[in-house]
Design a binder for this molecule. Structure first.
Ligand SMILES: [Zn+2]
Length: 902
């Protein structure tokens, strides 16, 4: 969605402020402050929460207070039925009540004894109930009987197919109601501000277990049917409602009087202890951080076969199986990190989102950016032996990729129709939000920030909030520091894009002066409009013992800082936490390279990532990045080697074919052989998580780039993976699978697919999909694509396969042909939301502008205008990739000349 509130006047207003703020915290100098001018333009979340002025399709004079729903459910039926009784407060007499329903059949609707006629607005996904006489001001009850259809598409109330331990086909039911799936499950007031108390009951065959947000209050069996009634929820938004029905097994524990359960489907229950331990540690951390305990009597977490990711339903969080069943001995570090981090993210939502809910979808960042930021904070604090530097850097790069495009939206964006809210769940809301919150926390001060968040939680508990409510709570705590945190934050949350900081040094009379100048990072001159940001930059001399100084400024005018004696290296944005890029002048870059050993790892990582991004934008020669790679020693930090692998991968996707690609692969094989020789195939005592992770990545990279020895060894070890070798290190296993997948024959792809279809090791689902989709040979890639229509694969994996194959950068045309020929089949196997991704998928990582035109036309033919955002985003990234290739293609001579170096 194009941001309507970002007009030139905001940009000009900020750029006219030329006040220089120097806050030299470490040196104790007195701080001057100057607030940014507040914009008077409309923007999302600018006013405190008010139910009556919150956007939405429903009238505000009919408000549900209690919603009692009963469902008849059978996992093996494609249909379900139910009744719902809404107790509503009517504040203005009316004879019409509008609520949401989509894809449901309304059997009957009654207001007490009065029948209601039903009319549906398919486009708005609402129904209007009309009474023959006026419904007066006061409390009323509306009862509706309905039925609906379930799909296997992972949205709404859906069934999931899986194989049990004996290989028999089974099904279970689960829900995924965020953002707007509740209206597919029952007629309800499906907007976040319409909180209600939910009283849920389920009737199923007695052999099934039923779970919901709250504990079971009553369970009766009659004629082989079990009726399960759950305790009433606290006041809660519809998207957080949850049900699960099936044959389950559980692991239980308690903490602080809260019952904790981890459920999986029966006969497959194992390795849940890791998730349980993580849950307990995270709950304790959050209770301390937020100053308030988890508020429900129980927290269930359930692994749903075939689900990807997780959903934070209050009291019943759903996850993919690999997130809750983690074998701590054999899971790769990346998998353990991901599991811990996602659990921490979902549990953070029990506060950010569930206890205090965004008023409307334009406030999604109050849920997602915060849960993402909080999860990383907890993960880092609770796992001091995991260095999250490279994880954070990787997430930031992902966000900057999307944020450099002209299609980028701000973190906070206007949402007029909730049918478009699915677009908000992107790297800008999550990864940019996370990076920006890190900067804002640093600017506000860690303690003030936390205290502000505590107040925000306490004040808005069991209610909704906007950004204005958040900033009011934070500002009350930071007022004494003189810093206007909201004004600082607004430049980051209300604008798309990010700055490029140009750092240059002038030497005079033996002393040097640093000049910092900000412009908007642009892939090409004039590609995006100019803007400025409020900056808080840490500048330091790595050879000096003095602490870094935090330099804060809000201006387009260059900032000048005295930096001691000439020739001393100077780092801008120490620690690499800033959400911007830094370009050093030649002398500064030289001084840093000459003192690389004194430069902290995080900053070296930043230098590598920035230099490559600048090369793609035509702002720096690509050889600069390869000089940094060439200067790496085998013993250097694994993060730096992983970054080098990332550069090879990216450049390989840009080059795609021909002699340049051969030269790049040869260069990569030579360079990467060096650290791999030091690491070897086997885990060594004292290997850190990151070392193990790098070993796996090196195996995958060497295999992908055609290293014959690596491929031979990987193939030797495949049989033992097929036999379930539990002793093999998880990272080595994932690396082997990717190496084989990249160079696979059709027969080898079938072997990988058989492992996927067996459903025996859910932890392998993701590595197997990565492996199959990294295939290089187009004939084999075609074969891989056919598995996207397979019912033997978990549906969520099959749904993603085309996009993943396209993503490896080589097979966009193949993916396009496949999508065109199978469009209806692919649509049928996806939710309505998923369809927009199906069309956009062939452009993942493409640089084929002619193909982009065709994909755009297909989107115009099959998707509503506002469902084309994903396609337009991918079209913009095709343009970016084409420019990036243009920027570097004639400057790659060094690959051939020097493929033997390193
Ligand atoms: Zn989330």
């Amino acid at each position: 969605m194009k941001p309507s509130f970002l007009s030139l006047s905001l940009i000009q207003r900020i750029s006219y402020l030329t006040v220089l703020l120097l806050l030299t915290i470490a040196f104790g100098a007195s701080a001057q402050t100057q607030a940014l001018a507040k914009t008077d333009l409309h923007r999302p979340g600018e006013k405190p929460f008010s139910f009556n002025t919150t956007p939405g399709a429903l009238s505000k004079f009919v408000v549900p207070k209690k919603t009692a729903a009963h469902f008849n459910l059978d996992p093996y039926s494609d249909n379900f039925s139910g009744t719902v009784m809404h107790t509503i407060d009517v504040s203005k007499a009316t004879n019409q009540i509008r609520l949401h329903a989509d894809g449901l059949t309304i059997e009957k609707a009654m207001w007490g004894e009065v029948p209601l006629t039903v009319s549906a607005d398919k486009d708005a996904q609402t129904i209007t109930l009309t009474a023959a006489r006026e419904i007066g001001v006061g409390t009323h009850q509306i009862e509706i009987a309905f039925s609906g259809k379930m799909t296997a598409n992972g949205y709404g109330l859906y069934f999931s197919r899986y194989k049990d331990a004996s290989g028999a086909d089974r099904r279970m039911l689960a829900t995924q109601l965020e953002p707007i799936g509740a209206r597919e499950m029952l007629p309800c007031f499906d907007e976040p501000a319409f909180r209600t108390v939910w009283d849920i009951a389920v009737t199923t065959d007695e052999k099934y277990m039923a779970l919901s947000n709250m504990p079971v209050a009553k369970s009766n069996v009659e004629n082989g049917k079990r009726r399960t009634e759950f305790a009433a929820t606290p006041s809660m938004s519809s998207y957080l409602l949850a049900l699960a029905v099936g044959e389950f097994e559980k692991t239980s524990d308690r903490i602080d009087g809260i019952e904790l359960n981890i459920y999986t489907v029966a006969t497959k229950h194992k390795n849940t202890q890791y998730a349980m331990d993580a849950t307990k540690r995270v709950l304790t951390y959050y209770k301390d951080y937020f100053g308030s305990a988890y508020p429900l009597p129980k927290l269930d977490q359930i692994a749903v076969p075939g689900q990807r990711g997780a959903m934070e339903n209050w009291g019943l969080i759903t996850y993919s199986e690999d997130l809750l069943m983690v074998d701590p001995l054999t899971a790769a570090y990346g998998q353990r990190f991901y599991a811990f981090n996602v659990i921490a993210h979902e549990i953070a939502h029990q506060w950010f989102g569930n206890l205090v809910t965004m008023a409307w979808w334009d406030g999604l960042w109050l849920n997602e950016s915060f849960a993402e930021w909080m999860a990383h904070k907890a993960t880092a604090a609770l796992n001091p032996d995991w260095d999250l530097t490279s994880r954070k850097a990787e997430a930031k790069e992902q966000a900057m990729d999307a944020d450099a495009l002209s299609s980028a939206s701000p973190i906070e964006r206007t949402v007029t129709r909730d049918q478009n809210s699915g677009e908000l769940f992107d790297s800008l809301t999550y990864q940019k939000g996370h990076a920006v919150l890190n900067m804002i926390e640093r600017y506000a001060g860690e303690t003030q920030w936390r205290d502000g968040l505590r107040d925000y939680m306490a004040k808005h508990a069991y209610s909704n909030a906007t950004s204005a409510d958040l900033w009011a709570a934070i500002s009350a705590k930071t007022a004494a520091t003189g810093r206007d945190v909201q004004a600082f934050a607004d430049t980051w949350t209300q604008q798309p894009g990010f700055p490029l900081l140009d750092a240059s040094m002038v030497c005079k009379d033996g002393m040097q002066t640093l000049t910092l100048k900000q412009t908007r990072f642009s892939l090409r001159a004039g590609y995006v409009p100019q803007q400025t940001w409020s900056l808080a930059v840490l500048v330091a001399q790595p050879l000096s013992k003095d602490k870094a100084a935090l330099t804060t400024f809000v201006t387009l005018q260059p900032q000048q800082l005295a930096m001691g004696k000439c020739g001393e290296p100077v780092l801008v944005d120490v620690g690499g936490g800033g959400y911007y890029r830094v370009r050093y002048d030649a002398a500064m870059a030289k001084a840093l390279n000459a003192n690389a050993a004194a430069v902290p790892m995080a900053d070296r990582l930043r230098l590598m990532a920035d230099s490559w991004a600048l090369a793609e934008a035509g702002l720096l020669d690509p050889s600069h990045t390869f000089d940094l790679i060439a200067s790496l020693k085998a013993s250097d930090a694994p993060e730096l080697w992983s970054e080098a692998i990332g550069t090879y991968t990216r450049l390989s996707q840009l080059i795609r074919s021909g002699p340049q690609l051969q030269a790049l692969h040869a260069h990569a094989r030579t360079t990467l052989a060096k650290p791999f020789a030091a690491l070897g195939w086997e885990t060594k005592a004292g290997d850190t998580e990151l070392t193990k992770s790098l070993r796996g990545d090196l195996i995958a990279a060497l295999g992908t780039y055609g290293d014959a020895a690596a491929l031979t060894e990987a193939r030797k070890r495949l049989a033992s993976i097929e036999q379930g070798d539990a002793a093999m290190d998880g990272d080595v296993r994932a690396g082997i699978l990717r190496a084989i997948g990249a160079r696979a024959s059709i027969a080898e792809i079938d072997r990988l697919a058989a492992m996927m279809a067996s459903g025996k090791n859910t932890a392998l689902e993701w590595p197997l999909m990565e492996a199959m989709s990294s295939v290089v040979d187009p004939k084999v890639a075609k074969h891989v694509l056919s598995y996207s229509l397979s019912d033997s694969f978990p549906r969520s994996t099959a749904q993603r396969l085309v996009g993943r194959v396209a993503r490896n950068g080589l097979h966009d045309r193949l993916a396009w042909e496949f999508t065109q020929s199978n469009l209806q089949k692919l649509f049928d196997r996806n939710s309505k939301y998923g369809q927009r991704y199906i069309i956009a998928a062939p452009l993942n990582n493409s640089r084929d502008t002619a193909l982009a035109v065709k994909v755009k036309a297909l989107a115009e033919k099959h998707l509503e205008a506002d469902a084309r955002v994903e396609t337009l985003r991918n079209v913009a990234s095709v343009e970016r990739n084409a420019w990036a290739y243009d920027a570097v293609k004639n400057k790659l001579g060094f690959l051939r000349e020097n493929s033997g170096r390193g």
